[in-house]
Design a protein around this ligand. Structure first.
Ligand code: FAD
Length: 493
């Protein structure tokens, strides 16, 4: 099989039987018909269709090294600068389709799998079978164009103790048994976005394990089908209220469900395991394989698309109500422009300074991408704030589509017109601004940008620890020493 179409994506989903608890209901399939999921599932189908559109197929696909068929570009192992550019362009096409609102499009985890598989020798250190497993799994995901979700962190019960110590070690997902052909997992993981409609669940390491014997049952990496027996998802309340596109322009298309993941004695066959019982290997999972670098390349491309959208939106808003000329408004717009140009510069630097790593993969420079991923969680929080400040009461003068075509139509035309728009046009624009900065959907977006890559506070800690500041320390020390030398010479003269 090759890069999927939307129809093929939906066909596979219709065969899948994941167990999803949602609002008191238990689903065992039928995801694409359920009101909470059907709209976002359609949007994902559109992404797969783009892979076959005349406009985008050359960027979104490449020839599979095994079948020769077109497969998704996010699976491409970059060897040349052109490969990296092609990867970034493909990320951008998909990100633009949702204005960067879909965080978990397939290219996010595909990028991780590509890097992990290229570092198969690293997995093989523990056991050659693990190297073979990750390579084979990547090829399967590429050839079947699988959509993967992932889950990393233990449940948030008591962060004062390690995940391994929650409820006496009986809470976080762990290996409870090993049999002739695999392991059995029991417990929970905190979250997995898009879990109800993904094909596969990647259960990867995240929190730093200490490498003590107690960590052993918590040290693993594996992939299982989404409807594996014993695997259950508890979905949060959906933010897509199944309202018309006009009224909820973002939530009605881009609402990615977040679910708690429960493992009720889930059997994982050995051929689906990439690491088992090896805390040290688990701790190096992302950094030693460059997986985090390729994921961040995708993330920064997506957040660039999102920032472009915010800039376009704020411009339409300020023009509509004639506030462009005020200086504080310009200051806010300048802040968005600065963020956009900063992200673009980071991407460009990361690609320009890319180097071939030990596994022969052309890897973007980590320093600019790392800076971007530390900055954006905070920078994004300003965007809804700015939109709320500039939209003001206009964000409350937002009747629905039925009002625009109903008895209030004449009043809306008369009183809700703007400097550049008719009443109906203005309401349509302001509903979009509302869904970007006020709705429940927008709050979840802000939370997502803040946390999805990890806690910014702990990320900052890791950033400081890993950044080589010695040359700068030496530089300033040299300057201080120069003072003393100058002083001595003065005293002597
Ligand atoms: C919308 C959304 C989608 C997500 N999707 C996924 C997903 O698909 N897959 C997945 O695996 N994860 C997902 N996550 C989870 C994400 O990885 C975590 O939110 C992130 O790692 C932070 O962990 P936490 O939420 O458990 O926060 P906690 O660790 O519970 O932190 C809560 C607060 O306490 C502070 N704190 C806690 N412990 C410490 C400490 N040791 N040192 C300093 N401060 C501390 C934090 O700074 C923070 O302010 C998602 C999160 C969100 C919000």
């Amino acid at each position: 099989m090759a890069a999927r179409t939307g129809k093929e994506f939906l066909e596979r989903l219709s065969q899948s039987r994941p167990t999803v608890h949602i609002q008191g209901e238990t689903l065992t399939g039928g995801i694409q018909e359920h009101p909470a999921f059907r709209n976002v599932v359609q949007t994902y189908a559109e992404l797969y269709d783009l892979q076959h559109s005349d406009e985008h197929k050359d960027v979104l696909t490449y020839a599979s090294p095994t079948s020769g068929e077109p497969v998704g570009t996010s699976f491409l192992t970059p060897r040349t600068p052109d490969d990296l550019v092609k990867r970034r362009k493909s990320f951008k096409v998909w990100a633009d389709h949702s204005n960067g609102m879909l965080g978990r499009t397939g290219d996010y985890m595909n990028s991780s799998l590509m890097a992990l598989a290229s570092a198969a020798d690293w997995f093989a250190q523990a056991d050659p079978a693990f190297g073979e497993n990750i390579r084979r799994y990547y090829e399967k995901a590429r050839e079947e164009d699988l959509l993967c979700t992932h889950t990393l962190i233990p449940p948030q019960v008591n962060r004062a103790v390690a995940g391994t110590q929650q409820a006496g070690g009986k809470l976080a997902a762990r290996i409870v048994k090993e049999d002739d052909n695999g392991v059995v997992i029991r417990g929970a993981r905190m979250l997995a976005t898009i879990a109800p409609f993904a094909d596969e669940m990647l259960v990867f390491p995240s929190t730093v394990l200490r490498g003590t014997p107690e960590d052993k049952p918590y040290s693993y990496a594996f992939a299982i089908p989404n409807d594996t027996p014993g695997l259950r998802y508890i979905a949060r309340e959906p933010l897509d209220y199944d309202r018309p596109r006009h009224d909820h322009p973002l939530a009605s298309r881009f609402e990615e469900s977040d679910c708690v993941v429960v493992f009720d004695d889930v059997h994982v066959p050995f051929e689906r395991c990439f690491a088992l019982g090896d805390a040290e290997l688990c701790n190096g999972f992302y950094s030693q394989t460059a997986s985090v670098v390729h994921m961040t390349h995708q993330v920064v491309t997506r957040t660039t698309a999102k920032t472009e959208y915010i800039l376009g939106l704020v411009t339409l808003l300020t023009e509509a109500i004639g506030i462009e000329q005020f200086q504080h408004v310009q200051e806010d717009i300048a802040e968005i422009i600065t963020t956009l140009e900063t992200l673009r510069a980071f991407l460009r630097a990361a690609e320009a300074d890319a180097e071939i790593n030990e596994y022969g993969v052309l890897t973007p420079a980590w320093a600019p991408l790392n800076a971007a991923r530390n900055l954006y969680p905070k920078l994004y929080q300003r965007f809804p704030q700015i939109l709320r400040k500039l939209g003001a009461s206009g964000l409350m003068a937002t009747p629905t589509e039925l009002d625009i075509t109903g008895p209030a139509a004449v009043d809306i035309e008369a009183y809700l017109q703007s400097a550049t728009l008719t009443g109906a046009e203005r309401v349509k624009l302001f509903r979009l601004v509302w869904d970007t900065c006020i709705s429940a959907f927008s709050s979840r977006q802000a939370l997502y940008e803040y946390y999805f890559f990890g806690d910014p506070v702990r990320m900052a800690g890791a950033y400081v620890k890993s950044y080589d500041r010695e040359p700068y320390k030496a530089k300033v020390q040299g300057f201080l020493d120069q003072h003393s030398l100058d002083q001595h010479s003065l005293e002597r003269s």
